[in-house]
Write a protein that binds this ligand. Sequence first.
Ligand code: ADP
Ligand code: ZN
Length: 729
Amino acid sequence: MSEPSFFCEGDLIAVLTSKPLGQMLDYKAPVGGCWQGAFVEVPLGPRKTLGVVWGEGKGDFEYAKVRSVTGVLDLPIMQPSMQEFLRRVSDYTLSPMHMMLRLATRAPGLNEPPSMQHVYRKGPSSLDRKTAQRQQVLAVLQSSPDTDFTLKELVEASDSSASVVKGLVNVGAVKKVSIPKDTQFPMLNPWLVGKSLSDEQKNAVLQLKNGDAGYNTTLLKGVTGSGKTEVYLEAVADCLKRGQQVLVLIPEIALTAEFLLRVVERFGARPAEWHSGVTMTERRRTWKMIGQGKAQMVVGARSALFLPFKNLGLIVVDEEHDSSYKQEDGVLYNARDMAVLRASLVDGKVILASATPSLESWVNVESGKYKKIELMSRFGRAVMPRFEAIDMRKESLSSDRWISNKLKNLVEARLKVDEQSLLFINRRGYAPITLCRSCGNQIGCDHCDARMVEHRFSNRLMCHQCGETKPVPKVCPGCNREGQLAAVGPGIERLAEEATELFPDAKVAVLSSDLFGSARALKAQILDLAQGKADIIIGTQLVAKGHNFPLLTLVGVIDVDLGLQGSDLRAAEKTFQLMRQVSGRAGRTDKPGTAVLQTHQPEHPVIKAILEGNEDIFWNAQAAERKAAGVPPYGRFVGIVISSTDFKEAIELGQTMARNIRPLEKVGAEVFGPAPAPVARIRGRSRVRLLVKAKKSVYIQSAISEWVSQFKLSKSLRLSIDIDPQSFY
Ligand code: ADP
Ligand code: ZN
């Protein structure tokens, strides 16, 4: 990557701001000049705003009228590789640059001087009047000479009071010092000795190290519990030893607690964290320290890709197949794919870890773009669980029960020997449908084309599209009769109710993302469960994601057919992955596990593939099917969603767009639709979809821009473009 240029005072420079101006504006470089990439403050209308010196100005404006940069901020410059990254993500996702800058500056107070805090240290003077409390304070300061105490910390540690400390400051025995609040992260020590590795793990580590210098991507595949994390922690150690920074992406905040513990165990200190559960102050600290190279490792969610790493050497994408890596609003990027781009721009490495890689990565291995390292066995004595199907057509269950007798017996057997069972259903809430037995009305959301889901825990109906809630009505809104509303179908809360009835002596715990106020509470709960604080865990998708439950030996999937409904391109892939993930929770230590799938269609090819566990056959069949159809990952999709409060306006624009497709035809792309989206209304806005299908080899983005720019959008219309869509709702 080229070196940044320097601009002298008065030079014309282009400055990128996070304001939606549609272009960059020219400014004059300030007194003393500035570097390309410098974070600056510029006047914009009557206000001042944060910007980045992007490069030379365009000079399309009368020089005398161009305003000057008003200040250069005390932040490390944005590196050329980061500028290039933002540009490329913008081009790929067709998102405006100001949105990219927003992603890259998602920490508060960057344009303010560093905020300071007072800390207390030992002062020069000695004491003439010594009270017990005063002595305690001095003793604390003396025993930890390298620690900066805040007032609160010092008072607590010495069991004194604020006035005692202030008294000591007045006589000079204690010094009050002002230091920046954003402090360096504790050093990780990559030289500590890790776990002793199995031969297979050692081999994997060797293969990882033997890669060529410079950029490469490796798919690290291994069944859950095979020790992938241990293996990639060795690659992390290597990178830290080279003095480079590491980013580990994790798909679910709830998983970070366990992972952080393992990092502390391996490297002796906690890395930085970056996700929605991190406080604003901590965010700013992380952002700044990453930029100064004073944080060696970040564990975070997808947006951590946009942190200003000073010297990034490795990105690990754990559970790379996880669909939550796709950002579904704002800039629609896939963090897995953008991690590969980010690393390639800094000659870094990427490790994609998964037990059930995405078909995309599978294909990239086949074509030689990615290396592949596979761990075949589980670590230690743990073995993969056995799969069994329960044919629900043969179980004559009453309509308000979901746990078959066979499954019930299996759970009971586990209870007798103090082992855990997991009952899995991928549906939040109590019941998906609230139906009037009298008139057949199903209660829907007022703003969306979706049913309201009963949540008995909070005693409300909730729309899973827009989050709107309302009390469960006593009277049917359709026919005004009382007492006729019935809950239909199971959700996780209802399954918990059934389990409590069937197993009255068992401790039942429910694990669902919406039942926890905070990420912290959820983390604590997961650690508790892993230590055996429940006999039966009832869980949604959340439990499938890589948690360790060592005492778990039975997984019961309540309705495996659920995921196979609908027309999602990846329905089979996702179901296959999910089932392998969920069943991977069982039998992690020395006890073999069993996974049972309740199904109405045991002969379905996907379910057969899961039961037989033959991945290669499954993936080959999937790959062949998609190749024949020319769909991702062999072809390219672009999803277009048009929304408006007025359905007619939305569908009319869709029709106009579908008729004027010259730019798309030129590159051989096809357009399907418009059609009302599967969820045809969200938050009061009607939604219409178009789908563009193109060959992988064409640069579809420019064709799409040319196509879309032909149409004028009225104020009430919104149009979103989703390159490589994951969701089709
Ligand atoms: P994966 O990431 O593939 O699911 P993990 O790395 O989490 O697997 O390993 C599964 C379990 O086995 C963890 O509890 C881990 O601590 C343990 N484990 C893995 N490798 C080793 C090793 N070499 N020595 C001791 N324990 C190990
Ligand atoms: Zn709604």
